[in-house]
Design a protein around this ligand. Structure first.
Ligand code: DX5
Ligand code: ZN
Length: 219
């Protein structure tokens, strides 16, 4: 199966959310990637429920919600009600990660865990079989438009190996600094979902860029 493409709304024009959402609807993208930042877990504040509801109103594809917030348990039900299809929490933000994962599943959403660049893939060993998705952060979370951290490629490959043992259908998503220049190597390493913010929205032809990312030739 082809990999998933998830344009990150963080890089969209917030004055034209309807227009940018329609662009994603028309495109070959698979999901809307929604970055929620609380100014505590990460040094930036993005948006919350009112904006997510506005996106939901126009989005005709699943919402892939990336929570960069402390204590996510409090809001999981609310994000599910706001239309999330996938909810990804940060390993570093969850004291009782197993409980958080069960909460996400009970809310009817697919459950993901994101790893910051410094967090080893091995830390997920005892929970890997319970997850639908792992998000490898290839930048430090908080901002769009940052430079890809090359070590992420090794983490993807290691995760892919581990997943083959216990959870072959695991979705391996990469987020941060993804572009047409590194996308093929990410897929070759084992990723099957690419988040792209600036690569899509700063491109002269966002629709064309999504098409290119979706139809990569993997060597
Ligand atoms: C960063 C966010 C990313 C961000 C990616 O904390 O999680 O989803 O929007 O943006 P680019 O693709 O521009 O690095
Ligand atoms: Zn993200």
């Amino acid at each position: 199966m082809k990999h998933f493409i998830a344009p990150s709304i963080l890089a969209a024009d917030f004055g034209n959310l309807q227009r940018d959402s329609e662009m994603i609807n028309q495109s070959e993208a698979d999901w809307f990637h929604i970055d929620v930042m609380d100014g505590v877990f990460v040094p930036n504040i993005s948006f919350g429920f009112p904006v997510m509801n506005a996106i939901k109103k126009h989005a005709q594809k699943p919402l892939d919600v990336h929570l960069m917030i402390v204590d996510p348990d409090k809001y999981i039900e609310d994000f599910a009600k706001a239309g999330a299809a996938i909810i990804t929490v940060h390993y570093e933000a969850c004291t009782h990660l197993h409980r958080t994962i069960q909460l996400i599943k009970a809310s009817g959403c697919k459950a993901g865990v994101a790893l910051n660049p410094h967090t080893p893939v091995a830390f997920l060993k005892d929970i890997l079989a319970d997850l639908d998705l792992v998000l490898i952060m290839s930048v430090n979370p908080g901002f769009g438009g940052q430079k890809f951290i090359p070590q992420s490629l090794l983490k993807i490959a290691e995760l892919k190996q581990n997943a083959l043992q216990v959870n072959p259908s695991l979705i391996i998503e990469v987020d941060g600094g993804v572009s047409i220049l590194n996308a093929a190597s990410l897929i070759s390493a084992g990723a099957n979902a690419l988040v792209a913010g600036n690569a899509v929205f700063a491109a002269p032809d966002p629709l064309g860029m999504i098409k290119e990312l979706k139809n990569l030739t993997i060597g």
